[in-house]
Design a protein. Structure first.
Ligand code: ADP
Length: 396
């Protein structure tokens, strides 16, 4: 027997019917976008969403997209919502290809520049009279890794297209507004018009979110989860109780507690199960697992090199030179041509931006000052397996 009823409603990609405590943000989004309905083509809307991990930025914008396209349809207008993850679509060109995919627009698979691709998309919208909302999730990442021309192109699209009718609108999702600091003022002014904040959840708010999945979405059999268990999990993660305010971790803990109850043959999910779940969930790790799945082969090989060094030498921090040496070995062992020095440095810089690698300056005892790097997460068997599996997948 099992404590679960519809366990799929606990998975990270599931979009629940209700989003408790995000009604205000959805309303603000609607207000920002209402011009599209009342006066389509007159403006290009830009909204910035900012908040820490697990504060519901992704799920809320997707829900808004769903609701808003429905409302538009009732008014006889076509609004299409597209959601792009900038970790996954790492370049302007890949982003555009993904947007075309989500529009079911076939584009020739070679030879087109980003500009030409964008023009194809725009013409497609024009022909079908579509208003397009593009959400750029993890936009911080795009900003810190892309050439300035690409950011500029994206943001100033109408100057490029010279289009009379405005059909493209943006939601930029950022972890921190300060990540835009490096952009010059003209771009910043284009991006930051309206900012909607997503504060970390309090214990009460997490309680409502968890209860909604349990009671309304029927994740568990009726009565299987004790009220005090939900209270316990909310208190661990509640921002007002010193937690991170991260709903993803709260939901993961609840799900794992249920699985533990199942393996113990218990019909109830108790505080004890939640405690066990909590000690298993390493908050840093679970955020980072998602990131790892988005890495490309040679980035993974750099991570593997650091793990190898850790195993061989027992240390945590290694010089860049040493990591590069080990990376060369790892690559050759797999029959891959190692990337050049500058490219390896670039990988390390990106891994740092993603939070997978921590860097510090060497102290005394080493000649000069060198940058030492380490993985930001504990090196475990689980991590080891994950990295090896991901590498294998990329080599197939
Ligand atoms: P972010 O994009 O800010 O990192 P997500 O939107 O990915 O956060 O949310 C993390 C998890 O928590 C997802 O499973 C999401 O469904 C859930 N979640 C976040 N906020 C809410 C909410 N207000 N109501 C219900 N579920 C939520």
């Amino acid at each position: 027997s099992t404590v679960f009823e519809k366990s799929k409603v606990l998975t990270p990609d599931y979009i629940p019917k209700n989003l408790p405590h995000r009604e205000k943000q959805i309303k603000e989004l609607s207000i920002n976008f209402r011009e599209i309905l009342s006066n389509p083509g007159s403006t290009s809307v830009r909204v910035v969403i900012s908040g820490k991990t697990g504060t519901g930025k992704t799920v809320t914008t997707k829900k808004f997209g769903e609701l808003f396209s429905e409302i538009a349809k009732e008014k006889g207008l076509r609004v299409v919502y597209t959601h792009i993850n900038c970790h996954r679509q790492r370049t302007l060109y890949l982003m555009l290809v993904e947007i075309a995919n989500q529009l079911n627009l076939q584009i020739p698979n070679r030879g087109l520049s980003s500009q030409e691709t964008f023009k194809l998309i725009y013409d497609y919208l024009e022909k079908r009279n579509i208003q397009l909302i593009i959400t750029l999730d993890e936009f911080d990442y795009f900003v810190s890794t892309s050439p300035i021309e690409d950011i500029y192109f994206l943001v100033r699209i109408y100057d490029e297209l010279n289009a009379l009718v405005k059909r493209i609108h943006y939601i930029f999702i950022l972890r921190e507004l300060t990540s835009l600091a490096s952009l010059d003022k003209s771009i910043k002014d284009h991006v930051i018009k309206n900012v909607i904040e997503f504060p970390p959840y309090t214990s009460e708010e997490l309680y409502d979110i968890l209860m909604d999945r349990i009671v309304n979405e029927k994740a568990f059999r009726e009565g299987a989860v004790l009220e005090e268990t939900v209270r316990f999990i909310s208190d661990i993660y509640g921002f007002d109780k010193g937690g991170s305010g991260n709903a993803r971790l709260a939901l993961e803990t609840l799900e794992l507690a249920g699985k533990i109850a199942d393996t113990e043959g218990s019909l109830l999910v108790t505080i004890d199960h939640a405690k066990k779940a909590n000690s298993k969930i390493n908050p840093e790790l679970s955020i980072i697992l998602d990131t790892i799945r988005d890495l490309d082969l040679h980035q993974l090989l750099v991570v593997k090199a650091i793990m190898n060094l850790h195993k061989k030498e027992g240390d945590d921090f290694f010089s860049m030179g040493k990591v590069e040496e080990e990376y060369n070995i790892v690559a050759k062992d797999l029959g891959e041509i190692p990337r050049k020095h500058t490219q390896v440095f670039e990988y390390i810089r990106k891994l740092k931006l993603m939070g997978l690698i921590t860097a510090r300056q060497s102290g005394k005892g080493m000649r000069g000052r060198t940058t030492l790097i380490s993985l930001s997460v504990p090196i475990s068997e689980e991590l080891d397996n994950l990295i090896n599996n991901e590498i294998r997948d990329r080599l197939l």
